[in-house]
Design a protein around this ligand. Structure first.
Ligand code: GTR
Length: 423
C-alpha cells in the first residue's frame, strides 16, 4: 500500500491549524451498539457478554483496529533469564532485577530487557504495575548502574539521542513519568521495558523487529487487513512480562495493573483487552486510537493518525479515515473489554489533541457492560471539572496541564489500584 506519511510541518499543521477544537462543530454521530450481537440478538446478561458478545467485540478490534496477535505456536517457547539482581536499589527501599526475555526458536529477535523493582521489607509478594517506556530502562530510572539501552531510538535532542542511540546524558529522561519511590513506598512493584525492544517506532521499524521475525515472509511481508500492527506487538511484550511475573515469588501476579501513556496508553488498553491477567487497566492520555471516541471530530482524527503512524494499526483501520461511521467499533467498546475489571482513563486539560471529552465519553458509554456485572462505573453523567477524579469501577480525571504523566496522575492510580486490589 502506498501512503504518503504525514510528518514534520504537515503534522504540526494538522495539530495546530486544521484540527477542530470547537465542541459546537462536532458532527452528530451514533455509537455502535455494545449490547447487540452480530446476529441482532440483545445481550442482557453477564454470561452472554462473556461467552458471546465479548469475543465478537474483541475480534472486531482485531479485524478493524489493532490486528490479530499471532497464535502462541508462532513464537514457541519463551525464555526468561535474570541477568542482574541488586538488593539495595534506590537507597535500599527496593530490589531491582533485570530480566532478559527471549524466544529461543527465533534467535534473530534480540529479545527484551525487563526492569523490575520490588519493594523491600514487605510481608508478602507485591502487586505490580506493568508498563512500557518510551526511552528505555535507563530513562525510567535515575540509577547510574542501569544498563543503557543499545537499541534504535527516535531522534531527540532534548533526550540526548545521538545517531538514534541513547547516550549517558539520556539517563533519567523519563523518570518524572515513573515516580518509583512513591510507587514502591506504597508497597507496589514496577515492571517495565523499552517498547523499541519489540519494534522501532517508525513506519519501516517492523522490518527490524519482532513482527518481521514472526512473519514467514520476514521483511518482505505485505501486511494484510487484520494482521497485527506495532501497538499489537508492543502489547504482546506486556503479556510476556506477565508470563515472567507469574514465575517471580516477589510479585503477586494475581494483582497486575497495566499502564501506558499516549501511544503506549493505546498499547496498555489493547494489552488489557486481550489479557485478563491484567486486573486493572490504566490509560494515560491515550487519545485517538486509544480511549477517545473515534467518531468525534475533535483534535486528532483517524485520517491524521493513520497517515502519520500507519504502522501502529492493522491496515483496515486507515479505511475509516473520514469514514468513521462505517467502522463497526468505537472506543467505548474497547473500555468495555476491560469489564468487569476496573479501568482508569486519564486526560489532561491542555491535551486537546487527545480529545479529553472523547476519552471521558468512552468510559461513560461502556457503562451498559459494567451494569451487566452490577458494577458502578463512572458514577457521573458529565465530564467532571479539572482535578476532580471520579469513578468506581471506571475511574476518570482531567488534570491541569499538558500531555504527560505527572505525580498527580500517579496519586490517583495508586489510590484506585490500592482500592481495587484491597490494599
Ligand atoms: C502524537 C500522536 C498521538 C499520541 C502521541 C504520543 O504525535 O498524534 O496519537 O500517541 O503522539 O504517543 O506521544
Amino acid at each position: 500500500m502506498l501512503t504518503t506519511l504525514l510528518v514534520g510541518e504537515d503534522f504540526a499543521e494538522a495539530q495546530q491549524k486544521t484540527a477542530n477544537y470547537d465542541e459546537s462543530k462536532i458532527v452528530p454521530y451514533t455509537l455502535p451498539a455494545l449490547l447487540k450481537s452480530s446476529d441482532g440478538r440483545d445481550v442482557s446478561t453477564a454470561e452472554e457478554w462473556v461467552k458471546a458478545r465479548r469475543p465478537e467485540v474483541l475480534a472486531l478490534f482485531e479485524q478493524h483496529v489493532y490486528g490479530r496477535t499471532p497464535d502462541p505456536k508462532a513464537w514457541g517457547r519463551v525464555e526468561f533469564k535474570v541477568t542482574q539482581v541488586k538488593k539495595d536499589a534506590l537507597g535500599g527501599r527496593a530490589t531491582r532485577k533485570l530480566i532478559h526475555i527471549s524466544l529461543p526458536e527465533h534467535p534473530s529477535w534480540q529479545g527484551m530487557e525487563v526492569m523490575l523493582y520490588t519493594p523491600n521489607g514487605r510481608s508478602g509478594p507485591a502487586p505490580c504495575f506493568v508498563g512500557p517506556s518510551f526511552g528505555g530502562n535507563h530513562a525510567v530510572s535515575t540509577e547510574a548502574d542501569v544498563p543503557l539501552s543499545t537499541r534504535w531510538m527516535r531522534p531527540s535532542k532534548e533526550k540526548h539521542i545521538v545517531d538514534n542511540r541513547a547516550t549517558e546524558a539520556s539517563r533519567g529522561n523519563e523518570s518524572s513519568r515513573w515516580p518509583l519511590e512513591m510507587i514502591l513506598d506504597q508497597g507496589f512493584a514496577v515492571a517495565t521495558y523499552y517498547y523499541g525492544d519489540i519494534e522501532p517506532d517508525h513506519a519501516d521499524g517492523w522490518k527490524d523487529g519482532l513482527r518481521a521475525v514472526l512473519s514467514p515472509q520476514g521483511a518482505a511481508t505485505e501486511w494484510k487487513d487484520g494482521q497485527w500492527g506495532a501497538i499489537g506487538a508492543w502489547a504482546w511484550g506486556l503479556s510476556r512480562i506477565a508470563d515472567y511475573l507469574e514465575t517471580d515469588a516477589d510479585v503477586d501476579a494475581k494483582h497486575l495493573a497495566v499502564i501506558g501513556h499516549s501511544r503506549l496508553g493505546k498499547t496498555s488498553l489493547w494489552a488489557g483487552a486481550q489479557d485478563v491477567r491484567f486486573g486493572v487497566v490504566i490509560s494515560n492520555n491515550s487519545g485517538e486510537g486509544g480511549a477517545a471516541i473515534m467518531r468525534r471530530n475533535f483534535g486528532e482524527t483517524t485520517a491524521v493518525i493513520t497517515k502519520a503512524f500507519p504502522h501502529w494499526f492493522t491496515r483496515t483501520y486507515a479505511g475509516y479515515a473520514n469514514n468513521e461511521a462505517a467502522c463497526p467499533i468505537d472506543k467505548h467498546m474497547l473500555i468495555a473489554l476491560a469489564a468487569p475489571r476496573p479501568i482508569y482513563i486519564a486526560s489532561a486539560v491542555e491535551d486537546e489533541w487527545a480529545d479529553p471529552k472523547g476519552e471521558f465519553l468512552s468510559g461513560l458509554n461502556a457503562q451498559p457492560v459494567y451494569d451487566l456485572f452490577g458494577k458502578k462505573g463512572l458514577g457521573v453523567k458529565d465530564q467532571p471539572g479539572i482535578d476532580q477524579p471520579v469513578g468506581d469501577a471506571v475511574g476518570y480525571h482531567v488534570r491541569t496541564g499538558k500531555h504527560d504523566v505527572t505525580s498527580y496522575d500517579w496519586e490517583q492510580y495508586l489510590k484506585f489500584v490500592a482500592r481495587h486490589f484491597g490494599r
